[in-house]
Design a protein around this ligand. Structure first.
Ligand code: ADP
Length: 183
């Protein structure tokens, strides 16, 4: 059986879903996706459309950003979902949900979520990947906090995210970046 995500047929043999807010996507997330692609043929980045979390970027903006980041990689499928992950996954038949772990502080929440998802759908298992040493301190939340105050987040998020953050917070961009922006 070849299920579809947004009309695209995908071979379900070796696909993982990576759900999250990605508000915005960071190199920590990207590192997890790239490493997962060493194990899985395809990764579906599933952006949670969850207004309760009061995201900085709308789901449309987050979709646009992640699609742009992976525009050259056909093995990364970008989609959004509303509601329960298990309901979204049921439509795709994916069996593995991917999550990243940065510190023991992530563990309790992730353990509860993974257990809850498994209780809701026994076919969905959660695979955890440890963060890389370069990104253990990177979270979307701290990126937003630092960027809002005008701190440098270059090297922790892709350049297009740096530009989007500056736009959001109405911060000046350097001349060099402004030129690239208009390209
Ligand atoms: P959520 O709001 O669902 O936690 P996030 O976008 O914050 O969504 O994170 C999605 C997943 O990516 C989570 O499993 C989170 O632990 C993981 N993650 C976030 N930042 C990093 C990082 N720097 N290194 C590894 N995993 C990360």
């Amino acid at each position: 059986m070849i299920p579809k995500v947004k009309g695209k047929e995908i071979d379900m043999g070796n696909v993982a879903i990576y759900p999250g807010s990605f508000d915005p996507i960071t190199y920590g997330h990207i590192d997890i996706i790239e490493r997962a692609l060493q194990i899985f043929d395809k990764v579906i980045v599933a952006i949670a459309d969850n207004e309760e979390k009061r995201p900085l970027f709308t789901v449309e903006e987050r979709l646009e950003i992640v699609k742009e980041v992976f525009e050259d990689n056909p093995n990364v499928i970008v989609d959004s979902f509303k509601g329960l992950l298990v309901d979204y996954v049921a439509k795709t038949n994916v069996k593995v949900s991917l999550r990243g772990l940065r510190a023991t502080s992530d563990f309790e929440y992730e353990f509860h979520m993974a257990s809850m998802n498994r209780s809701l759908d026994t076919h969905l298992d959660t695979l955890f990947m440890m963060t890389s040493k370069d990104y253990f301190f990177v979270s979307s939340r701290t990126i937003k906090e630092v960027a809002r105050l005008g701190g440098a987040v270059e090297g922790l998020v892709p350049d297009l995210v740096v530009r989007r953050l500056k736009e959001k917070f109405k911060l000046p961009v350097t001349k060099k970046k402004q030129i690239g922006w208009d390209d």
